[in-house]
Design a protein around this ligand. Structure first.
Ligand code: LLP
Length: 419
């Protein structure tokens, strides 16, 4: 369910026409819908007990305006860098609702988290436990810690976004979990708080989650029997969204919530979840203008002014995104929808049926609110797409497009090359 719909044959974001927006700010741009973000957050949060910490995964869409919108609804944040931590705090998300994940936290990032007083560090290796202990000790603090255990469950998702098997770099292997907790307990500046897991992203079946939750629940009991105080479980994110109309519907948040509750209700633990895609994906579209309609020898190309530098998912994961016209039209043709970047993988979709298109027409690439703008680059010296947030009939540019000069101005010519 989202708030992008046609009115009088034109695509709108809530009450704002995308044609008008494109005329005002130029293309390409990401457009996010507040009502959709709010709806997704509420549907997800309602699937869990009231005191659950919904730590929105900032990596999915870290725009400050998006973070503030979610923060105002009560969301916390799951961050994976000092930059994301600073963003979450700047957006007004309280430190005690922030969890810090990631395999490579540096000493400086740990210090930032400790000084801010975040809720917990999700630690991913034994050397990280030692490093966090040192960082906390140097500040005279104790760091609240969960250890991310790798339940060795196949998430049945794209290989590049699965994280919970023994082949992945993430988490501590299941077989070493008890040892790792023993080590943590021996480090005086660490405070064991609970157990953490995350098995992957864009997961569309319940069974991998159920298998992982069950393993985590068992581990909580084992660790308690070993004498540890386990008061929290963080079950990560990963619930998928439909990208194509023919995709099977992923489990509804309510069913996912029931699976969580079946697994952990009797543990009496504080529950933490880290959804990203589910909240943001369908709350955003990428609007782009057709630069040329090009008749190739074997195929017809729609060459857009957005490229793989703006939205890398199709090139990187063979991801499917629906592409729709901003103005509904008659007729129809099959197009390969491509960007201007000099790479064959700069392809948003092959053989896409669209109305007869001409130069200057607008298209919207759907389900682009998560892992879209955040993964953009300036490849081919192309400043990434602007970002706009809509709320009802209001809209605001929440990240302007950099000018060419601003982008070029980031480079420096050393003195020895001076003319
Ligand atoms: N928690 C942790 C520790 C994570 O690593 C992730 C995602 C999440 C939560 C949020 O997962 P979500 O609910 O969004 O599935 N760039 C890829 C997705 C990478 C996901 C990385 N980790 C894509 O575009 O599909």
């Amino acid at each position: 369910m989202n708030h992008f719909h046609y009115r009088g044959g034109r695509l709108f974001a809530e009450d704002v026409g995308l044609t008008e927006l494109a005329a005002e700010i130029g293309t390409p741009f990401y457009c996010y819908s507040t009502a959709t973000l709010e709806r997704h957050y509420r549907v997800f949060a309602d699937a869990f007990p009231k005191d659950t910490l919904i730590a929105y995964s900032v990596k999915a869409n870290g725009n400050l305006a998006v973070l503030r919108t979610l923060g105002q609804l009560g969301a916390g944040a799951d961050v994976v860098s000092g930059g994301e931590l600073k963003k979450a705090l700047k957006a007004g998300i309280p430190a005690n609702k922030i969890v810090f994940s990631g395999v490579g936290k540096t000493h400086a990032e740990m210090k930032l988290g400790l000084e801010a007083g975040i809720h917990q560090f999700n630690v991913e290796s034994e050397p990280e436990l030692v490093a966090l202990n040192d960082a906390a000790a140097s500040l005279g603090k104790r760091a609240p810690v969960t250890i991310r255990v790798n339940p060795d469950v196949d998430a049945k998702t794209h290989a590049k976004i699965t994280t919970g098997t023994s082949e992945n770099k993430f988490g501590i292997p299941w077989s070493r979990a008890r040892e790792a907790y023993k080590l943590a307990a021996s480090l005086p500046a660490l405070q064991i708080a609970g157990v953490d897991m995350h098995i992957g992203s864009q997961i569309t079946q319940l069974s991998p989650f159920e298998a992982a939750f069950a393993r985590v629940a068992d581990l909580v009991k084992t660790l308690r029997a070993d004498g540890h105080t386990i008061g929290r479980v963080d079950l990560g994110g990963g619930l998928g969204v439909p990208y194509a109309p023919t995709d099977p519907e992923p489990p509804a948040p309510a069913l996912y919530g029931e699976a969580v509750s079946r697994a952990i209700a009797d543990l009496g633990c504080e529950l933490i979840l880290e959804p990203g895609r589910l909240i943001a994906a369908n709350a955003g579209v990428l609007v782009s203008r057709v630069t040329y309609v090009k008749e190739g020898e074997a195929r017809k190309f729609l060459i857009l002014d957005a490229g793989m530098n703006d939205l890398i998912r199709p090139a990187m994961y063979d991801a499917h995104h629906e592409i729709v016209p901003v103005r509904e039209g008659a007729g129809g043709s099959l197009y390969d929808v491509v960007g201007p970047v000099c790479e064959s993988s700069d392809l948003f979709g092959r053989d896409r049926r669209l109305p007869q298109m001409k130069d200057g027409d607008l298209v919207a690439i759907l389900t682009a609110g998560a892992y879209g703008a955040v993964m953009a680059s300036a490849y081919n010296a192309r400043p990434p797409a602007a970002e706009v947030l809509v709320k009802g009939s209001e809209w605001a540019v929440v990240r302007p497009r950099m000018s060419d000069d601003e982008l070029i101005g980031l480079d420096r010519i050393p003195g020895w090359l001076a003319p």
